[in-house]
Design a protein around this ligand. Structure first.
Ligand SMILES: Nc1ncnc2c1ncn2[C@@H]1O[C@H](COP(=O)(O)OP(=O)(O)OP(=O)(O)O)[C@@H](O)[C@H]1O
Length: 438
């Protein structure tokens, strides 16, 4: 017997079945279908499973393929590895933040997996920062990344340490392997305290203002081009070069006796709560009264340990003097990790666990012509940008930027923050990030 006559799609001219053709489906319909595929998967039996991940998927990040990647690649791999997962498909800005701020059972997870870019990692960390147990969660809840956004500096910095080639395919392949491996390991990445006029943030990657910040934000409309969006906007911007008036104050970095370690651990050996319990058990004094014990635990590590604070012991007797520069800038870009994207390293000497801020800036008065700036942007790809004579660079432990003119973006970890004053400080706190397999 013959079925109903099959029609041809008017767009791709392929034969259609009973349902509408894949190319005609709206993004929303396709996302809804993928979400239901993901949510209807049978988890591996609890008694056999190795652990559980909390997964955030931003369906609109980068080229908009994250739901597809999870449904067709990550989820089947996790099932095979006997790793269970709870999925949150984010519906808009602050969804992930609100979940992480309020979730009462975070301790049961072995890690958080994020399918988006640096922006969603930043949002997630700042959700955790709002919790009273934030500073116990940070070093014990590993964050894994499947690169679906257009900027994945954190992931590229982590993978480049282990020799992954910096191109889109190699980064994606290795990220998928680590994200779904039962032998995945995590390690420390330094965290920074940031204060603006109104808000305190946790940051892990970069603070930009001027040329590169403008390129980053103004090219967002071309998200679907992936990394090429930066090249295109870079070209446009160096043709229309402008200066930005500001005051930059910084304190050169002194180690003050600090020698951070990577602290590598296996993600599925323990849950986050077990790791927290283990670390508090080492330091907890014994209390006769359980109320005193509860008070002690509550007061434990509830805020930042600043690198330059009075409490951090110093083997160096003198702190470095602050330096103040008030001038017309072309670019100010400070990074705390080596890579800001999947091309060459922006700060080759930056290490994951190290808490130095690698500050670089260009003053208007130091450049010859706009060709210098085009050279600078091109040199980033070849890792020679820091050798250019008009690029000033210094390693600092704190920096403050005061914006003295209108019409520019201050960009923190790739996200715009509405402020004219921003202070970034090195801390001795860290997060932990999926980084390798055993
Ligand atoms: N469903 C959603 N729709 C729109 N925005 C979302 C959604 N879910 C999360 N977001 C927001 O989108 C941003 C994602 O940024 P992220 O860097 O992860 O991806 P991206 O595609 O690289 O974006 P960008 O280029 O803006 O950095 C976050 O600020 C997050 O709050």
């Amino acid at each position: 017997m013959q079925g109903s006559p099959s029609k041809k799609c008017s767009i791709c001219h392929r034969q259609m079945g009973a349902t509408i053709c894949c190319c005609c489906r709206s993004d929303q319909e396709q996302n809804e279908q993928l979400t239901s595929v993901i949510l209807s998967r049978e988890p591996p039996p609890k008694e056999q499973c190795r652990g559980t991940l909390l997964v955030f998927i931003n369906p609109h990040s980068g080229r908009g393929k994250s739901l597809e990647t999870f449904a067709h690649t990550v989820a089947p791999k996790l099932d095979r590895s006997l790793i269970r997962y709870e999925v949150v498909v984010t519906t808009g800005p602050n969804h992930a933040r609100n979940v992480l701020m309020t979730k009462t059972d975070l301790g049961k997870f072995n890690g958080v997996l994020i399918l988006s870019g640096d922006g969603l990692v930043f949002e997630a960390l700042n959700g955790v920062l709002c919790r009273e147990d934030a500073f116990r969660i940070f070093p014990n809840l590993p964050i894994g990344i499947v690169p679906s956004g257009s900027g994945n500096g954190l992931l590229c910095s982590v993978l480049s340490k282990y020799g992954t080639k910096m191109n889109e395919k190699s980064v994606m392949d290795r990220a998928l392997e680590i994200a779904s491996s039962p032998t995945a390991r995590a390690e420390s990445v330094a965290l920074y305290s940031v204060k603006t006029e109104t808000t305190t943030y946790a940051a892990f990657l970069s603070i930009g203002w001027g040329l590169m910040a403008d390129i980053d934000i103004e090219s967002e409309k071309w998200r679907k081009l992936g990394g090429h969006r930066f090249t295109l906007m870079g070209f446009i911007r160096s043709c229309n070069l402008r200066s930005y008036k500001g005051r930059l104050t910084y304190r050169p970095y002194k180690a003050r006796g600090y020698n951070p370690s990577s602290n590598v651990f296996s993600i599925y050996d323990k849950t986050t709560q077990q790791r927290i319990d283990d670390s508090t058990a080492i330091t907890i004094p014994s209390f006769a009264d359980s109320e005193d014990e509860e008070k002690y635990l509550k007061n434990q590590k509830t805020t930042w340990t600043l690198h330059d604070s009075e409490d951090t012991t110093s083997s160096e007797t003198e702190d470095a003097e602050e330096v103040v520069i008030e001038d017309d800038f072309i670019n100010m870009y400070a990074v705390t990790l080596s890579h800001i994207a999947a091309d060459g390293p922006f700060a080759p000497s930056a290490k994951l666990e190290d808490n130095r801020i690698h500050l670089s800036y260009i003053l208007w008065k130091d450049i010859g012509t706009r060709v210098d700036i085009a050279k600078y942007l091109l040199a980033i790809e070849h890792e020679t940008h820091l050798d250019l004579p008009f690029v000033k660079r210094v390693e600092v432990s704190s920096m403050k930027l005061e914006v003295l003119s209108d019409g520019s973006y201050v960009v923190l970890d790739g996200e715009v923050v509405e402020t004219k004053s921003i202070q970034v400080s090195s801390t001795r706190d860290n997060i932990c990030v999926f980084s390798s397999t055993a």
